[in-house]
Design a binder for this molecule. Structure first.
Ligand code: SF4
Length: 306
């Protein structure tokens, strides 16, 4: 726990960084692999944003990392090493890069790799049984694309209970979630699919639910709830494109209306801290700890100057 507490004046609010905030292990591992590559001479590229945080991307960019657009950039022209980020990629991406003679550094999170393997195995079984693999997640999300690529083409991506009518509930079904889905929403979806299959086929229904929401994600929801309740003001640091940041800051706002979301120190405002005795700084699983320290330092500077 990191405290920015002025011992000179105990009336100044206490500024605390959420001890559970910061990179998940998969993102941390991918960033460390990138830093290692950047310390060597050859160019380093990442296929898509390595993390959804502008400040961290800028830091890595300043060290020499370049980001490739997954859809638009022609990887065949690349001379250097290409990192596969923690979300993973479908097998077709690896095959293409290999055919192009690119040096690939695979930083796919081990949790995502295990999920890809399970989806692949279940897809083969469902081909035989004339059933389907269901992936609860966001269509087009890179992790989901990687899972689809491992599914021999017989997986259906669903993002909400309302889409249940797209599934033939009389068939065998193997259900998985994207690792970053909201656990509560996934549980609701699973209840609905089990109920629907039981209604359609009774005892003959053949649905297996796999609990594949990453525990590092699911723990953060209850964690930010408690953190938001135990501080007068929350400053939530997140990249503007981070869906995890939107989700966690939404939970914080629901528990503490004095929650403010910032991307960096420049957005922090002194008027937020009027009459506050405790200020919490938290962030998404894509927010670097160094950035939260910067924001905490800026808040401390503001309240001292008040
Ligand atoms: S959220 Fe979990 S599965 Fe996804 S990259 Fe992080 S550690 Fe890996």
């Amino acid at each position: 726990m990191f405290d920015y507490f002025c011992i000179m004046d105990h009336l100044l609010p206490k500024v605390e960084i959420d001890p559970s905030a910061g990179f998940c292990s998969g993102v941390k591992r991918a960033i460390e692999a990138t830093e290692q590559l950047l310390s060597q001479p050859d160019d380093v590229f990442c296929l898509g944003e390595i993390v959804h945080n502008e400040a961290e991307l800028e830091r890595l960019n300043n060290l020499g990392m370049k980001i490739l657009n997954r859809e638009k950039d022609n990887t065949g022209d690349i001379k250097g090493r290409i990192i596969i980020r923690a979300h993973g990629e479908p097998p077709s991406t690896f095959e293409r890069l290999q055919a192009e003679g690119t040096t690939v550094v695979d930083a796919t999170c081990p949790v995502v790799i295990r999920l890809q393997q399970r989806v692949k195995k279940a897809s083969a079984e469902m081909m035989e049984a004339r059933g389907s693999v269901i992936i609860f997640g966001k269509p087009g999300h890179p992790e989901v694309q990687g899972l689809l690529g491992n599914s021999s083409g017989n997986a259906i991506v669903i993002r909400a209970v309302e889409e249940l009518d797209r599934i033939d509930l009389t068939r065998p079904l193997r259900v998985f979630s994207q690792t970053t889905s909201d656990l509560g929403a996934y549980n609701k979806f699973c209840e609905a699919i089990l109920a629907g299959a039981a209604k359609a086929s009774g005892e003959k229904s053949d649905v297996i639910i796999n609990q594949t929401v990453c525990s590092q994600m699911s723990r953060r929801g209850p964690g930010i709830e408690q953190f938001a309740l135990s501080h007068d003001v929350i400053v939530f640091v997140s990249g503007s494109g981070s869906s995890n940041g939107k989700y966690l800051s939404g939970i914080s706002k629901a528990k503490n209306s004095r929650t403010y979301v910032v991307t960096d120190t420049g957005q922090v405002k002194p008027e937020w801290f009027v009459n506050a005795l405790s200020i919490g700084v938290s962030g998404a699983t894509s927010t670097p700890v160094w950035l939260m320290h910067q924001v905490a330092g800026e808040i401390t500077r503001m309240i001292k100057n008040d």
